[in-house]
Design a protein around this ligand. Structure first.
Ligand code: NOJ
Length: 998
């Protein structure tokens, strides 16, 4: 029997385990079961394509059999169309492959290659399959939401009969695609320099359709032995068909009714040493190579959403989600590709070092990164981004796949979860204890045990007797509940949800067209097929308050197991020959499956009650490009070990640059019991995850922050307070992500794209555009960390203003009660300093501004706030300010960044915030000249003339040793939504005209 990913242990075993855990003896067996997941060699198409690449590389005479037919080429309105012919055998038979290259207004190019025969349905499927005949071409319908306008300005600049075709595109025509005809390849250039190459190495491979030729079975005569391999060696060798048709793994056979249909391509980035992206893997930010050698992997990075039990560190193994978007970075340039394919995919990465040529003066050595992309099915569909900055990458990718949805403000505060809070009384008790210990938290979570026998949309009547009352208690402090709802529906009697799903025919089907039945938490289950619009409609109906009784306006949803996880399925998921709506095989859509489910849940939450408008919150485990539009993600079942804490940082950073920044890891580690030190350090790191949730496995001991005891509880509380204090900065960062695609936490290369020494740095992070630089402790027993500083600005310790300056590594003290956090000079950071029990209670709290001066004495920053709940912000109901400190004039101003003309919603919101003021301004690195200054002059728009110029007290603190001087204006009392100016200088104070502010 296959082992299940979670112990479904009989009661006595559970008791034993508990006893062992109690005695501290329980050490989780931290080892992924490699045998449950395929290696490249065990995945037919990966093996074939890797072998193909090896054969091609080894041959000196070989040329790629793909040729573009010049006569077929046409160009119209930013789009090039042509036919590429693949020559397939000795007699020169040719397979037509329609090619479309679209040059988009944004400067992105999209290349698609299909297979005519399959597209026209001129193939025969085996096993009487009902599957579609085409290559899957609908990934874009799920992943893409914009940015697809073809460029008016793109032009065919040159085409020759035999050689090549050139298309000029991009702003001012600075981009160029050189499409070579024979063999077919494309070079993408920016300013005349090649940045990305397709099929340079000749690994392009579209496995064309072919009928299976049944070989006559040679009858073995009696007494005759089976031929030995060596005896067969002189027989003519055909292609190796061993993985073309049926493929068996772990006792499951995939019927592969369409035969081999992989699509593969090599993509090179000349001159680029670093590539990032293609989450989700537990690996470094700068991706390692995959073809063996020092510090390299031997397996390609795999993208095949899967429930990987006890996943391992430093590995290219697949995990729960897939974003096939890769960026290559070097000094002065970032470029990228987005491989829009939802089937199982593998990516090999190799690097070629070109050493400097001593004879060619000025020729520096450089490294090229080469990649090889392989997917099991689907059309070839690739987007090419030519940068040149990391910001261009995230913006353009976001234009295509959507930006992060602006979350409700509670969603970026602290979430308290465990598997499980066992009764409604338990939940209320935990809630009360947080208050008793004055620990802030916003959301408490319910894992699967709240249901009656794992039947979603029900409550266990014995343990959750009064969910309404429970939620009312939470609501008193503006707190929320998140309940889990998984995609597997218990296949049992007397459960209306399964009855309806079957009756309405909304479940995923098996290869024979019957409802697919597999095994998950509830035992026998069926899976909702959210590729079907009717299934989504039905799903929406299930969340209505009168249907899902016991839920309230403060209930939100956690979607787990949506890879989908199927305990008895191949690689813990669905058979690839299962059928979805439209008769697409599961093979084609696997990586998108989870996204269709959390999208449906998102929609359901918007429609729970007529007239109720609030932004949904959905957490998902499986994801794909586009998931950021409707969900947050977490990194699944990690372990309570230091290595997992460490790995969470590059993983979260990678999510950020890959367009899905609302991410985090289970704080404390899911499996096992963290030491108090590890738990404390994990909280100190977790406050920097955009999605910040403590969670633990059912077999672990309770570990809510108040349990650890002194000094841990106090230290964890301090960490939580720091998160809450900085919520305005976090919310502003989320707003930036939701409008520009910029990551919420940012790696060094993104902030300092010119700093070659910092490209691979992935253990520290910047929060949004605030200049806050955090370096979480991830090592046991550490009392300091080494922070890497990329530039020559001063960096100040967040708490005591110790100054660190100079590019390079700096040792920053980090005893257990200290969180290494620096502020880069040049920023103004918004905070709210009053400790509260939940973020909802901070809504009308005053602000503090930290003005952190740079080398020239300047600083600037932004603040975005809205009601944190509804969609009114989309109609202008928000406050968006820019603060500037001009070091020369010694003036701090607040200017409006909202360019829209105010409507009634906007005005109403501004009015509601009228009394919200700035209560304190701290200037870090304050000039010496302020030593004897006693007051500053505060001017605010909309105030009566008599009140407009208010002298306000300032307090100066001289520098002490390495600690920078600072000054504080204690009660400027200017409105957060208003235009104002504070004059710190002696000269001219009060004489300047106060410019008009909207
Ligand atoms: C798997 C999830 O990854 C984990 O977080 C959850 O607690 C269990 N499923 C039970 O629902």
């Amino acid at each position: 029997m296959r082992s299940l990913p979670y112990s479904v242990a009989p009661r006595w075993t559970a008791v034993l385990l508990l006893w062992a855990a109690f005695c501290g003896l329980f050490v989780p067996a931290a080892a992924v079961k490699h045998e449950n997941f395929k290696t490249c060699d065990q995945s037919g198409f990966c093996k074939r394509n890797r072998q193909f690449a090896d054969d091609v590389s080894a041959s000196s005479s070989w040329t790629s059999p793909y040729n573009l037919v010049p006569a077929s080429l046409s160009f119209n309105k930013g789009q090039l169309e042509a036919t590429v012919l693949k020559t397939i055998n000795d007699v020169g038979e040719k397979v037509p492959l329609p090619l479309i290259i679209t040059f988009l207004e944004s400067g992105v190019a999209r290349v698609t290659l299909d297979e005519e025969k399959r597209a026209k349905g001129q193939i025969t499927l085996r096993h009487d399959s009902k599957a579609r005949k085409e290559r899957y071409n609908e990934a874009g319908q799920w992943a893409l939401v914009g940015g697809l306008d073809p460029a008016e300005g793109a032009a065919l600049s040159e085409t020759t009969d035999t050689g090549y075709t050139k298309v000029v595109y991009g702003k001012g025509g600075n981009l160029q695609a050189i499409i070579r005809h024979s063999p077919f390849s494309i070079d993408f250039q920016r300013d005349g320099e090649t940045q990305v190459k397709f099929n340079e190495r000749g690994f392009l491979n579209m496995e064309h359709w072919r009928p299976k030729v049944e070989k006559p079975v040679e009858e073995k005569k009696e007494g005759e032995e089976e031929k030995k391999e060596e005896e067969k060696s002189d027989e003519p060798k055909g292609e190796d068909e061993s993985t073309w048709w049926e493929e068996t793994f772990g006792g499951n056979t995939d019927s592969k009714p369409r035969g081999p249909e992989a699509v593969a391509l090599d993509i090179s980035f000349p001159g680029y040493e670093h590539v990032f992206g293609i989450p989700e893997h537990a690996t470094k930010l700068s991706l390692k190579t995959t073809r063996g050698g020092d510090n390299a992997y031997t397996e390609p990075y795999r993208l095949y959403n899967a429930d990987v039990f006890e996943y391992e560190m430093d590995s290219p193994m697949t995990l729960y989600g897939a974003i096939p978007f890769m960026q290559a970075h070097r000094k002065g340039s970032t470029v990228g590709v987005f491989w829009l394919n939802a089937a199982e995919s593998w990516i090999d990465i190799t690097k070629v070092k070109n050493t400097a040529n001593p004879l060619a003066l000025g020729m520096k050595g450089h490294t090229d990164t080469q990649t090889h992309w392989m997917s099991e099915s689907g059309i070839l569909d690739v987007f090419v981004f030519l940068g040149p900055t990391p910001q261009d990458m995230t913006r353009q990718y976001g234009e295509l796949t959507g930006y992060t949805a602006m979350p409700q403000s509670f969603a970026i505060a602290y979430h308290q979860c465990r598997w499980n809070y066992v009764t409604d009384e338990d939940v209320k008790d935990v809630d009360r204890r947080f208050d008793k210990f004055s620990i802030p938290y916003d959301v408490i979570w319910l894992d699967i045990e709240y249901t009656q026998e794992k039947k979603y949309f029900t409550w266990d009547p014995l343990t959750f007797v009064n969910p309404d009352q429970m939620q009312k208690q939470l609501d008193k402090r503006e707190r929320k509940l998140v309940a889990i709802i998984d995609p597997h529906i218990k296949n049992t009697d007397n459960y209306p949800v399964i009855d309806e799903m079957k009756k309405k025919d909304l479940a995923v089907k098996n290869k024979d067209g019957n409802h697919y039945e597999g095994w998950c938490w509830p035992g026998s289950s069926m899976w909702i097929d959210c590729f079907n619009p009717a299934a989504v409609d039905w799903w929406k109906s299930l969340f209505k308050y009168d249907k899902f009784k016991g839920t309230a306006h403060n209930t939100f949803i956690w979607n787990d197991m949506n890879e989908p996880s199927v305990f008895n399925g191949p690689e813990t998921t669905m058979p690839k020959d299962n059928l979805h709506h439209g008769n697409w095989e599961h093979r084609d859509v696997h990586n998108i499956n989870g996204m269709t489910f959390h999208n449906a849940t998102y929609q359901a939450i918007t429609e729970r009650k007529k007239g109720e408008v609030q932004r949904p919150f959905v957490l998902t485990r499986a994801f794909y490009s586009g998931s950021q539009r409707s969900a947050a993600m977490w990194t699944g079942d990690n372990l309570a070990e230091w290595a997992h804490l460490e790995a969470s940082l590059p993983m979260v950073l990678n999510q950020g640059i890959s367009g899905f920044p609302f991410s985090g890891a289970d704080v404390g580690g899911f499996f096992g019991n963290p030491s108090k030190e590890l738990l404390t350090r994990w909280y100190q790191a977790g406050i920097y995850y955009p999605f910040f949730r403590g969670h633990a496995h059912i077999d672990t001991r309770r570990r809510e922050p108040y349990i650890a005891g002194s000094p841990y509880t106090e230290i964890i509380t301090q960490a939580l307070r720091l998160r809450y204090q900085l919520l305005p900065a976090w919310y502003t960062a989320f707003h930036e992500a939701s409008t520009t695609g910029a990551p919420i936490v940012r790696p060094n290369f993104y902030v300092h794209p010119e700093d070659e020494n910092g490209f691979a740095v992935d253990d520290q992070l910047y929060i949004g555009s605030t200049g806050l630089l955090a370096k979480p402790v991830t090592k046991e027993g550490a009392d300091s960390v080494s922070v890497y500083i990329a530039d020559t600005q001063p960096y100040y310790d967040y708490f005591d203003y110790t100054t660190y300056s100079g590019a390079g590594h700096h040792t920053v003290p980090a005893p257990l009660n200290k969180i290494p956090l620096l502020m880069q000079g040049g920023h103004i950071i918004p905070r709210r300093d009053r400790p509260r029990r939940s973020s909802g209670l901070m809504k009308y709290d005053p602000f503090t501004l930290i003005v952190v001066l740079d080398n020239d004495g300047n600083a600037s920053g932004t603040l975005y706030i809205d009601d944190g709940e509804t969609f009114d912000y989309q109609q202008g109901a928000f406050i968006h300010r820019r603060f500037d400190f001009d070091g020369k004039r010694e003036i701090l101003t607040s200017a409006n960044l909202d360019v829209s003309s105010p409507n009634s919603k906007a005005l109403k919101y501004i009015k509601s915030m009228e009394k919200v003021r700035v209560e304190k301004i701290i200037i870090v690195g304050a000039p010496k000249g302020w030593k004897n200054k006693e007051s500053v002059v505060v001017m605010e728009e909309g105030q009566k003339e008599s009140k407009r110029r208010k002298p306000t007290e300032i307090e100066y603190h001289a520098a002490e040793g390495k600690k920078a001087a600072w000054a504080v204006v204690r009660a400027p009392k200017v409105g957060i939504g208003r235009g104002w100016r504070i004059d710190f200088g002696d000269k001219g104070a009060g004489h300047e005209h106060h410019g008009h502010e909207h």
